[in-house]
Write a protein that binds this ligand. Sequence first.
Ligand SMILES: Cc1cc2nc3c(=O)[nH]c(=O)nc-3n(C[C@H](O)[C@H](O)[C@H](O)COP(=O)(O)OP(=O)(O)OC[C@H]3O[C@@H](n4cnc5c(N)ncnc54)[C@H](O)[C@@H]3O)c2cc1C
Length: 381
Amino acid sequence: MDFTLSEEQLMIQQAARDFAQQELLPGVIERDEAQKFPTDQVKMMGELGFMGMMVDPKFGGSGLDTLSYVLVMEELSKIDASASVIVSVNNSLVCWGLETFGSEAQKEKYLAKLATGEIIGAFCLSEPEAGSDATSQKTTAIDKGDHYILNGTKNWITNGSSADVYLVIAQTHVEKAHKGINALIVEKGMKGFEIGPKENKLGIRGSDTHSLNFNDVVVPKENRIGEDGFGFKFAMKTLAGGRIGIAAQALGIAAGAYEMAKKYSKERKAFGTEISNHQAIAFKLADMHTQIEAARFLVYKAACDKDNGANYDLSGAMAKLYASQVAMETTVEAVQIHGGNGFVKDYHVERLMRDAKITQIYEGTSEIQKIVISRSILTSK
Ligand SMILES: Cc1cc2nc3c(=O)[nH]c(=O)nc-3n(C[C@H](O)[C@H](O)[C@H](O)COP(=O)(O)OP(=O)(O)OC[C@H]3O[C@@H](n4cnc5c(N)ncnc54)[C@H](O)[C@@H]3O)c2cc1C
C-alpha cells in the first residue's frame, strides 16, 4: 500500500491549504458567531474547482480522484469545518449522486452548474421521524403519470436555504417499504416548497441547516433519479461515499486543533519553561499525533478503495467512526493544552471542539457506523 502523494495531489493539497489560510481564516470566528454562510468563499471554491472535484470535466468538474478530494477536505476543515461541509455535501452527495445515477438530461441541466459552484445542492433524506432509521420515510411522492405530487417535511438539511437544487428522498409505494422509495430533483422556487427557519447550532455554525416543507409540490417525472423504487439504494450508495468526505472533515478538524496546540505548547511558558517541556503536555501531543496518523491512514485507505473500484462500505464506515472519535478527543485535548485561552474564541480550538461533535452524528451516527462495520465483518468469511 503506497500513500505517496503524486505531484498533482501535492499541488491540490497546497492550493487548499493556501486558500484556507488566505480566504477562510479571516472572518471565520465572526461567521461562526453570526451563523453567517460563507457565500464569497463558496464562490471562490467553485472557481478553484473544489465544488465538483470528482466530476468529469465534460460536465465542468475537475476530474480528480477521491484521494485529492479528501486532501482538500482535510485542509479546509483544519480552518473552517462550516465551509468544508458545504463542499462535502455538494461533492459527495449531490454531484456524485447525479453523475453516477442521473440521466444524461439531468446531468446536462444540473451537474455542470453544480460542479462549478454556480449553484449548490442539498441532499434531503432525514425527517423528524426518520434519522438513523432512514427507511421510515413519511414524505410521499405520489405518482400522477407524468409527475409526482410531493408532500412532507425534511429536517436538518445542510445548505437548506443556500441551495438551488435539492435531491429529495420520498416514499411512492408504501406497500413496497424501502423498495418503494424514490429520489427526486426539486428546484428552489417550485410552488409549495417552503424553507423553514435556520437551526441555531452548537457547531459548524457558518453552514445553514434548515427544515424543508413540501406541500403538493409538482415534480416532473423526468426529475426522478434512476428507476422507480431506486431512491433508497440511491441514498445508501451516495452516503457510503459521503462518509469518506465526513471522515476527511473529522481528520482535518483533529489535525487543525493538533497543529495549534503544538504551536501554543512551544510558546506558552509555565514554571519557567515552555509547557511542551512538561511531559504531561508532550505525551498529550504524542497521543494526538499517533491517533491522527492512524485516522489519516483509514481515511486515505477508504478513498483509495473507492478510486480502485473496491468496495468501500466497510473502509468508509471505519474511517468515519475512528476519525470522528479522534476529532472529538483531539479537540478536547487541544483546548486543555491552551488552558484558559482554549476556552475563548480567539484561539480557535473551542470552535474546532464544537465542530468536531457533528462528525459523530451526521451521515450516520457512530452507532450506525458500528452496525455497518459489525454486519460487514460478521457476514464475511
Ligand atoms: C448539523 C446537521 C446537518 C445535517 N445535514 C443533513 C443533510 O444535509 N441531509 C440529511 O438528510 N440529514 C442531515 N442531517 C441529519 C443527520 O444525518 C441525522 O441527525 C442523523 O442521521 C441521526 O438521526 P437523528 O437525529 O434522527 O437521531 P436518531 O436516529 O433519533 O438517533 C438518536 C440516537 O440513537 C442512536 N440509535 C438510533 N438507532 C440505533 C440503533 N439501531 N442502534 C444503536 N443506536 C441507535 C443514534 O446513534 C443516536 O445516538 C444533519 C444533522 C445535523 C445535526
